[in-house]
Ligand binder design. Sequence first.
Ligand SMILES: [Zn+2]
Length: 75
Amino acid sequence: MVEVRCETCGIYISLDSSTVKLKNALHKPTECPSCRNSRVAREIELTEMLFRGEEEETQILPIREARKQHVQALF
Ligand SMILES: [Zn+2]
């Protein structure tokens, strides 16, 4: 077991050294179980939205707003 820092929230957690090596080899973040569960749940939600053809407002709205401002600046 090795002490590593969660790359998302910063707390220190104990992980099996082979797990840490594998995560590093795969360029995956070392994260605590809570952050991992949140990330996985969010990824599942985004995947389901993609399959349903929906856009996520929090990701799309800032892009739309930036485009609108860019277009307004042109005229
Ligand atoms: Zn964390």
